[in-house]
Design a binder for this molecule. Structure first.
Ligand SMILES: [Zn+2]
Length: 76
């Protein structure tokens, strides 16, 4: 699996990359996982490109989570 992810990142040497491609041609399970991971990576990359305010958003989400936890701690 780690090789599949490296393949998606384009970090594999050509010989291994070819091996992964050939494996995906015959292995439906790995192909499905690879396609899922590729869609995830594409989503991640496009988000990074489109939203320079990601850091602020992340901070806001973490804050909301902390407030939510604090609230549930006091709920009883
Ligand atoms: Zn496989």
């Amino acid at each position: 699996m780690s090789r599949l992810f490296e393949h998606l990142d384009g970090e594999l040497p050509p010989s291994l990359d070819t091996w992964v491609r050939e494996h995906l041609a015959v292995c439906g399970g790995c192909l499905a996982r690879t396609q899922h991971q590729r869609a995830f990576l594409r989503c991640l990359h496009s988000r990074q490109r489109l939203t320079p305010a990601t850091e602020a958003l992340r901070t806001r989400i973490e804050q909301a989570l902390r407030e939510g936890m604090a609230r549930s701690e006091h709920s009883d």
